[in-house]
Design a protein around this ligand. Structure first.
Ligand code: NAD
Length: 290
C-alpha cells in the first residue's frame, strides 16, 4: 500500500476556488503554517479571495487574536494561480468551487491528472455525492468529503464524509489535517446533504415559505427564530450568508437524491436566485448589504 500524505507530512495544501469558502480554508491552512496554493478561473476571483483573507486577518489582529507578524507570515505562505497545474506541488488538495456536480467532476478529473498518485483529494461540497465525485478519479480510495463551515476561520466544525471507497487511511489522514487546522470533526455517511445540510436546509426553505406566504416579515421570521430558539442568527440572514444560490443547489440535491417532496425548493428562493440576489456576497439577498 502506498504511503498516505500525512505519513509523508502535508506541507503544501491546494485549494480550488477562491470564493467565500476557498478563501476561508486557505486562510486557516496558511495560519496553521502550511504553504497554500489557491486556484480559481479568473484573476478577479483570486483578487477577491486575496482581499477577503487580508481583511479577515486584519480583523483578527485588531481583536488581538493574532499578531501582525503571524498575519504577515500567513499571507506570505499563500500563492495564487489561474492554472490548475499549480496543484502539482501540493500534498493534499481540497476543492471549494461552485456547488455544481458537472463542474466539480471536471475539476477532479484535471486534479487527478496533475497531482501525484498518493495525494489525497477532498471536496468541500455541501451536499453532492462524494462517491460519485470520487468515481470521476482513478483514486476513489484516496478521496473524501471535507465540509468546512462558513466562516471557516470562526467555525470549529469540519464534517468528514466517507465515500463508498474511502479508506480508513484517507479518513485518518484527513481527520488529522482538520485537527492540525484547529477543527473538530464529525463523520457522516454519504447521503444527500450529509448531516449538517440535511437538517439545516429544510429549516431555511421553510423560512422562505413562511416569507412567501406572508406569515411574517423577514425581520420577524429571523427575530422569532433567533430569540425564540436561541440561534446566533435567523434562518433568512443565515441563508444570505451561505449564498442563496448555494442554498438552492443544496435543496435540489436533497430533492433529487431523496425523492421526497418535502425538500422541494420554495419558489421565492428560486426567484431570488433567478434575479441574481445571491445573498451577502452579491450585495443583495433577502436583505440588502451596503
Ligand atoms: P462562492 O460562490 O463564494 O465561490 C465559488 C468560487 O469557485 C468562485 O470564486 C468561482 O470563481 C470558483 N470557481 C468556479 N469554477 C471554478 C473552477 N473550474 N476552478 C476553480 N474555481 C472555480 O461559493 P462558496 O460559498 O465559497 O462555496 C464553494 C463550495 O463550498 C460549494 O461547494 C459550497 O456548497 C461549499 N460550501 C459553502 C458553504 C457556505 O456557507 N457558503 C459552507 C460549506 C460548504
Amino acid at each position: 500500500m502506498s504511503q498516505t500524505s500525512t505519513e509523508q507530512g502535508i506541507k503544501t495544501m491546494g485549494v480550488v476556488g477562491a470564493g467565500q469558502m476557498g478563501a476561508g480554508i486557505a486562510q486557516v491552512a496558511a495560519a496553521a503554517g502550511l504553504s497554500v496554493v489557491v486556484t480559481d478561473v479568473a484573476d478577479a476571483a483570486l483578487e477577491r479571495g486575496r482581499k477577503a483573507i487580508g481583511d479577515s486577518l486584519a480583523r483578527l489582529v485588531k481583536k488581538e487574536a493574532l499578531t501582525q507578524a503571524a498575519a504577515d507570515a500567513a499571507l506570505a505562505r499563500l500563492s495564487w494561480s489561474t492554472d490548475a497545474r499549480a496543484h502539482a506541488a501540493c500534498d493534499f488538495v481540497v476543492e471549494a468551487a461552485t456547488e455544481n456536480e458537472a463542474l466539480k467532476r471536471k475539476i477532479f478529473i484535471e486534479l487527478d491528472g496533475v497531482c501525484r498518485p498518493e495525494v489525497l483529494l477532498a471536496s468541500n461540497t455541501s451536499s453532492i455525492s462524494i462517491t460519485r465525485l470520487a468515481a470521476a478519479t482513478k483514486r476513489p480510495e484516496r478521496f473524501i468529503g471535507m465540509h468546512f463551515m462558513n466562516p471557516v476561520p470562526l467555525m470549529k466544525l469540519v464534517e468528514l464524509i466517507r465515500g463508498i471507497a474511502t479508506t480508513d487511511e484517507t479518513y485518518a489522514a484527513t481527520k488529522a489535517l482538520a485537527e492540525q487546522l484547529g477543527k473538530t470533526t464529525t463523520v457522516s455517511k454519504d447521503y444527500p446533504g450529509f448531516i449538517a445540510n440535511r437538517i439545516l436546509m429544510p429549516m431555511i426553505n421553510e423560512a422562505f415559505y413562511a416569507l412567501m406566504e406572508g406569515v411574517g416579515s423577514a425581520e420577524d421570521i429571523d427575530t422569532t427564530m433567533k430569540l425564540g430558539t436561541n440561534q446566533p442568527m435567523g434562518p433568512l440572514t443565515l441563508a444570505d450568508f451561505i449564498g442563496l444560490d448555494t442554498c438552492l443547489a443544496i435543496l435540489r440535491v436533497l430533492h433529487d437524491g431523496l425523492g421526497d417532496s418535502k425538500y422541494r425548493p420554495c419558489p421565492l428562493l428560486v426567484q431570488y436566485v433567478d434575479a441574481g440576489w445571491h445573498g451577502k456576497k452579491a450585495g443583495r439577498g433577502v436583505y440588502r448589504y451596503g
